[in-house]
Design a protein around this ligand. Structure first.
Ligand SMILES: Nc1ncnc2c1ncn2[C@@H]1O[C@H](COP(=O)(O)OP(=O)(O)OP(=O)(O)O)[C@@H](O)[C@H]1O
Length: 276
């Protein structure tokens, strides 16, 4: 990945929309790809960058029901981890990154503090944004994070759509900050700070095809608008435009934090034939 200023976008798990459109992806994972394949090939290098003190963001983007929450969270809450603390096969990007981070910290016998927060960000249907239960907690083990994660997920607003019985109707941001104390060869103390933002976006929805009505249709419209703005911000960053339209979004702060400056960004675009 480039260490240049600006955004570095990788797109995974995707395919062209029509025969005459061509998209370029860094990696493509087919339907038989396992959670571990995606994690090892696409996410492990990003977590290494966090370790080097970079801010890194991973977005799961795609239509409703295509597998964003499955990719980010997986089914680890329902299946037990193995006897040596290894994660179940179905565990997604979030539990795997938490494990990778704590395994490294424990392996290094390092002095560390980890802050974690999970924020469900909802469109309120009237043009505003609700941030539910904004809190930051200091954690000292992976299992503490898993408990918090479970609490956060149960608070997330879901509704049934035509394509997903339990559709997430809010964006969810899981953010983990690591402060590492290091000593220079001269004996000076150095604090390195890296941050990993893992974002499970609410699903895009074709309202006419999904037959959403009233409040649900308004909510879907707001979600689509919010994702469109995110797309514009990413395009502006990729094309190195002078003006990045962060302010067009109600999530200005979130977008600046997860895309701005020297943040390295990976987009997992998930597309399922079922939505065509
Ligand atoms: N690769 C996969 N293997 C097995 N099951 C999957 C896979 N991807 C998704 N699923 C299942 O498909 C259903 C929908 O997935 P999920 O809830 O992750 O979609 P989503 O993109 O987050 O949808 P929304 O935007 O509506 O929240 C879930 O029951 C999930 O367990």
């Amino acid at each position: 990945m480039s260490k240049e200023k600006g955004v570095n976008v990788q797109v995974l798990r995707c395919r062209p929309f029509s025969e005459d459109e061509v998209f370029t992806f860094d990696k493509v994972f087919g339907p038989s790809a396992q959670q571990r394949d995606l994690y090892d090939q696409a996410v492990v290098p990003i977590v290494h960058e966090v370790w080097e003190g970079f801010n890194c963001t991973i977005f799961a983007y795609g239509q409703t029901g295509t597998g964003k929450t499955y990719t980010m969270e997986g089914e680890c809450k329902r299946s037990k981890s193995g006897p040596n603390g290894e994660l179940p096969q179905e565990a997604g990007v979030i539990p795997r990154s938490v494990k990778q981070i704590f395994d490294t910290l424990e392996g290094q016998n390092a002095k560390y503090s980890v802050k974690k927060k999970q924020l469900p960000l909802m469109e309120d249907g009237k043009g505003g944004v609700l941030v539910r239960g904004l809190e930051v907690e200091i954690v000292t083990s992976a299992s503490e994070i898993f408990t918090l994660l479970e609490r956060g997920s149960t608070k997330r607003h879901t509704a049934e759509t035509l394509l997903n019985k339990q559709s997430s109707r809010s964006h969810s941001l899981f953010s983990i900050t690591i402060h590492i104390k290091e000593a220079t060869p001269e004996g000076e103390e150095l604090i390195k700070c890296g941050k990993l933002n893992l974002v499970d976006l609410a699903g895009l929805e074709n309202i006419s095809r999904s037959s959403a009505r009233d409040g649900r249709a308004r909510e879907a419209g707001e979600i689509n608008k919010s994702l469109l703005t995110l797309g514009r911000v990413i395009n502006a960053l990729v094309e190195h435009l002078g003006h990045i339209p962060y302010r067009d979004s109600k999530h200005t702060h979130l977008l600046r934090d997860s895309l701005g400056g020297r943040t390295k960004t990976c987009i997992i675009a998930i597309v399922s034939p079922a939505v065509f």
